[in-house]
Design a protein around this ligand. Structure first.
Ligand code: ADP
Ligand code: F6P
Length: 321
């Protein structure tokens, strides 16, 4: 193996730059050349490659976003489009591809390997933390901390005005982010797409909170479970003497300076990705399970769904008494 290519794909996550830096520096240290591919799978298709060296990745360890840019490119599902990507990789002398992205990007990498046998490694990066086979993805810890900082501020005004607050966090399909945020923010209720709920259950809980002497309550809502403004409206209509307000945290959760945890994870993942490829692995994802760095077959990653933790959901309930 003489040359690697690296790209970022799907929703950006803080720490992607740390991972790029780690891939580049590990590869260069091992005597390899590195190509960066701009804008994910679209750059592969459009032959948008650039040479990366150790200095190309200087000064990015603390920068959110991705210097390689990212995009959704649904056309990559088409084998003819993939064939053109293969041709471009070969013409650029690339022997293996490192994909930094989430669940969708992993599916893309797996299908590319399956169709053409090209060596691929995925580095999981997503604020959703919805990738099977790794306890945590790059950017997740940063997003949790960003949401927490915002909620701590909201808590001040919520308490002062004795209000119920609905805070909507990201997570179109999954509630991993919402659950961690709810535990750490001390929320009374967490609502996630994986767990159906009724408005009556929420109203009942809020009324009970009032009887218990709570003057304000916090509901953390994953975006895929409903809309914050609608829930706040229903609460205002159905809970007498209560004032509900809402905040949608939105894209602030995706950007910003990566935390210590995110930076270390990204650096270890990038390093392990290159080492795994050098050892001959050709279709895998790097991940962390407990305290161990692992290599997980991509087939396992894409054929399983990560489950939310029932224990963690229960902890939210047990703390809200
Ligand atoms: P994420 O990687 O953050 O989950 P997406 O789900 O948007 O983000 O996926 C990123 C990109 O991965 C898509 O725009 C597409 O290029 C590629 N992709 C996703 N699913 C597949 C698939 N089943 N086959 C091929 N490519 C895919
Ligand atoms: O990065 C994942 C995610 O944040 C989802 O939770 C969210 O719904 C989605 O990306 C929105 O991203 P975009 O607007 O870029 O499609």
């Amino acid at each position: 193996m003489k040359r690697l290519a690296v790209l970022t794909s799907g929703g950006d996550a803080s720490g992607m730059n740390c991972a790029i830096r780690s891939v580049v520096r590990t590869a260069i240290g091992a005597g390899l050349k590195v190509s960066g591919v701009m804008r994910g799978y679209r750059g592969l298709y459009e032959n948008d490659f650039l040479e990366l060296n150790s200095r190309s990745v200087s000064g990015i360890i603390n920068k959110g976003g991705t210097i390689l840019r990212t995009i959704r490119f649904p056309e990559f599902k088409n084998p003819d489009i993939q064939r053109m990507c293969l041709k471009n990789l070969k013409e650029n002398g690339v022997d293996a591809l490192v994909v930094i992205g989430g669940d969708g990007s992993s599916r893309g990498a797996f299908s590319f390997h399956k169709n053409f046998g090209f060596p691929v490694c995925v580095i999981p990066a997503s604020i959703d933390n919805d990738v099977y086979g790794t306890d945590s993805t790059i950017g997740f810890d940063t997003a949790v901390n960003t949401a927490l900082e915002a909620i701590d501020r909201i808590r001040d005004t919520a308490t002062s005005h004795e209000r119920i607050f609905v805070v909507e966090v990201m997570g179109r399909e999954h509630g991993f982010l919402a659950i961690e945020v709810a535990i750490a923010a001390g929320a009374e209720i967490v609502l996630i797409p994986e767990r159906p709920f009724t408005i009556e259950q929420i109203i009942e809980k809020l009324k009970k909170d009032r009887q218990l002497g709570k003057v304000s309550s916090l509901i953390v809502l994953a975006e895929g479970a409903g809309r914050a403004h609608e829930l706040a409206k229903q609460i205002n209509e159905k809970v007498s003497n209560a004032e509900a307000r809402y905040s949608v945290l939105g894209y602030i959760q995706r950007g910003g300076v990566p935390t210590y945890q995110t930076r270390c994870l990204a650096t270890m993942f990038g390093n392990q990705a290159v080492k795994g490829l050098l050892e001959g692995l050709d279709c895998f994802m790097v991940g962390i399970q407990g305290n161990s760095l692992v290599g997980v077959p991509l087939e396992t990653v894409v054929s399983n769904n990560k489950r939310i933790s029932e224990e963690k959901l229960k902890i939210v309930e047990e703390m809200a008494v």
